[in-house]
Design a binder for this molecule. Structure first.
Ligand code: XIL
Length: 312
């Protein structure tokens, strides 16, 4: 029994976690991550990002990411692979290279062909494009080398390149603040339609799900939102769920209720294939001064654990 076992019993593909080689080096934490009853899926925290995999032009560095994939395979856990094209964690040889449109497209396509080819058959899903939208639903240009140089056309070009390199991986668009209906969620729906209009495949929408305890609200708004995406013919998943509560005055009961709300929403929507949390222990979280996860800093289960278990 466990978080993943319950998700699978409810008809989902997985309950999973983000993991890093830092967590893997902590044997007590890693013992939790290796338990496939709780986690049926991994996402690399940073190890598959552009700067990690292609630190200099044409030189690929797979050692750290491969360690995570090997541990997943040894424990029968699937991979969500994250990510191919994002404005952040891009190496300076790309951002400072002053490449023209055609050259930058070829750099992007070459990166995708190499990386997706390296992991061909090993990724259940790829986050092909990450965070390409502004809050109002328009395409991000400011601060994005891809959006400012190539324009929104980089998006369908990236999906087509990923499909060519691994025809069986589910290809996702992934973003934050799109968990509830609103202008950014509508923008993501428009992005999905645009990719299809270009004739490129897109199979999934990832709701990152970085949330705050007490502000999660009711399940129905997430259900409504997921169904709007499902109506476009894509599956959906919560891909980076964490629910912040301040470490100075945490409210773990509220946090547990909020985790259960998201699980309940996913359970109600057949197109929701699974939930990934952005880490599992407050000992290792990207959010400072917060205790957003399911195991505490001493690696003990919090109230959220049983709340999630019982919500499936
Ligand atoms: C975060 C990592 O957790 C940090 O270690 C890193 O410094 C910055 O990126 N959206 C995403 C993830 O898609 O890749 C981000 O991960 C969190 C926000």
């Amino acid at each position: 029994d466990g978080l993943n076992a319950r998700a699978v019993a409810a008809g989902k593909k997985y309950f999973g976690t983000e993991i890093s080689t830092i967590v893997m080096a902590d044997s007590s934490a890693n013992a939790i991550a290796k338990n496939s009853q709780d986690f049926g899926q991994y996402t690399c925290e940073n190890e598959m990002k552009f700067d990690a995999l292609e630190p200099s032009r044409g030189t690929f560095s797979y050692t750290s990411a491969d360690k995570i994939v090997a541990q997943a395979q040894a424990n029968g856990q699937i991979m969500r692979c994250h990510n191919l094209v994002w404005h952040s964690q891009v190496p300076s040889w790309v951002t400072n290279g002053k490449f023209d449109n055609a050259t930058l497209i070829s750099i992007m396509k070459n990166h995708i062909a190499n990386v997706v080819g390296h992991y061909k058959g090993k990724c259940y899903a790829w986050d092909v494009v990450n965070e390409a939208l502004n809050e109002d639903g328009s395409y991000r240009t400011s601060g994005s080398i891809w959006g400012s140089t190539i324009g929104p056309a980089f998006i369908p070009i990236a999906f087509a390149a990923a499909a060519a390199a691994d025809p069986t991986a589910k290809l996702y668009y992934n973003d934050y603040n799109c968990d509830k209906p609103g202008s950014k969620a509508t923008g993501a729906q428009n992005l999905i339609k645009m990719v299809k209009q270009y004739g490129a495949p897109i199979h999934g929408f990832g709701m990152q799900g970085h949330m705050t305890a007490g502000q999660v609200g009711s399940a129905s708004q997430y259900v409504t939102n997921m169904r709007a995406f499902a109506n476009l013919g894509v599956e959906v998943a919560f891909t980076e769920l964490d629910i912040s509560t301040p470490s100075s005055s945490p409210n773990f009961a509220q946090q547990a209720t909020d985790y259960a709300t998201i699980v309940s929403a996913c359970k109600q929507v057949s197109a929701c294939v699974g939930i990934t949390t952005w880490g599992f222990t407050d000992k290792y979280t990207w959010i400072s001064n917060s205790y957003p996860l399911i195991w505490d800093t001493s690696l003990q289960k919090k109230a959220a654990y049983n709340a999630i278990l019982n919500a499936w």
